[in-house]
Design a protein around this ligand. Structure first.
Ligand code: CDP
Length: 210
């Protein structure tokens, strides 16, 4: 069984949903690195401080049940707003932020039996991962999924607006200078446009077993 699994891909491809299920089935720990960038963004938005200042002195914790803590306070819900999504993609361009979060993420993976998802896990954070997946889907389908997710959480949602924001975030994430969103050479490409969650989970479990 593969001990360290890296899942990268653009917004809305289903990384966190499938990674959570795969982790539960294998008895692995799921690490949502996007939540960590979101926590940095939330702190910048709330404190009005610079990205550098915030990064120097920040405490981010993820617990086993998926709760996210920023400086000791739970922020699981607050980090999922569209404003924080945009902010996360903005702070993710800063070298200081990436350096700090990459250190934390590597520490979290040292015990093995982890599945970590993000944008640069297979390329930068865990280049020696035993299995690397690059999970993607069409922009249209990813926007549709995000739209449903926001509706379910009772956030106001406009499909065309979401599609625009996802395209913008794709562009920002893939074109930034440091650790851009990219498929690692040894990653397996999984296009989930026409696959349901269970089909993607099954595929990853098969790959993890060989
Ligand atoms: O859930 P969603 O795919 O919308 O985003 P996320 O995974 O929570 O990540 C939010 C933002 O953080 C992304 O748009 C990236 O800019 C940034 N991020 C990153 O740069 N590197 C990572 N390893 C994870 C997230």
């Amino acid at each position: 069984m593969k001990k360290i699994i890296a899942v990268d891909g653009p917004a809305g491809a289903g990384k966190s949903t499938v990674s959570k299920i795969v982790a539960a089935r294998l008895g692995y720990t799921y690490i949502d690195t996007g939540a960590m960038y979101r926590a940095v963004a939330l702190k910048v938005l709330l404190s009005g401080k610079t990205v550098e200042d915030v990064t120097q002195n920040i405490d981010i914790k993820l617990d086993e049940s998926g709760k996210v803590f920023l400086d000791g306070h739970e922020v699981t819900k607050e980090i999922r707003t569209p404003e924080v999504s945009r902010g996360a993609s903005d702070v993710a361009k800063f070298g200081v932020v990436r350096k700090r979060l990459t250190e934390l993420q590597r520490e979290m993976a040292t015990q093995g039996k982890v599945i970590m998802d993000g944008r640069d896990i297979g390329t930068q954070v865990l280049p020696n991962a035993d299995l690397k997946i690059f999970l993607t889907a069409s922009v249209e389908e990813r926007a549709r999924r995000r739209f449903e997710e926001l509706k379910e959480k009772n956030f106001a949602a406009d499909f065309e607006q979401i599609k625009k924001e996802i395209s913008l975030r794709d562009k920002q994430d893939s074109e930034r200078e440091i650790a851009p969103l990219a498929q690692a050479e040894d990653a397996i490409l999984l296009d989930s446009t026409d696959l349901n969650i269970e089909q993607v989970v099954e595929k990853i479990l098969q790959l993890a077993a060989c």
